[in-house]
Structures are given as structure tokens and as C-alpha cells.
Design a protein around this ligand. Structure first.
Ligand SMILES: [Zn+2]
Length: 58
């Protein structure tokens, strides 16, 4: 059984109403990376950035 993971840009302190849900963190990461790259110029290929996003996932 997979848990539903939720990411909100606001949890990263960004002024953005983007919110995404997916079953599991891996799937969520795939869905979120396009948005954070285009809208916030965050490089998700960097370990540091991925960790930052994952720490905001709940
Ligand atoms: Zn955003």
C-alpha cells in the first residue's frame, strides 16, 4: 500500500499556489520537477535541491 505524498511550493517558502499529489515520493518527484525547474529555476538534478523538495513533502 502506497501512501499519498503531497508537495506544496509554499512549504518551501515560495510565493506560489502550486500543489501536487502522487502515490509515493518517487512519482511525486517526477511530477514536481518540471514545475520547480520552469517556475522557480531549481535544478532537481542536484542532490541538495532534491532533498530540499523531499523535506517539504508530506
Ligand atoms: Zn511553484
Amino acid at each position: 500500500m502506497k501512501k499519498v505524498a503531497t508537495f506544496r511550493c509554499r512549504d518551501l517558502g515560495l510565493e506560489c499556489d502550486y500543489e501536487m499529489q502522487a502515490e509515493g515520493e518517487d512519482e511525486l518527484m517526477k511530477r514536481v520537477e518540471g514545475h520547480v525547474m520552469n517556475a522557480h529555476e531549481m535544478d532537481v538534478s542536484k542532490e541538495e535541491t532534491r532533498n530540499k523538495i523531499l523535506s517539504a513533502v508530506r
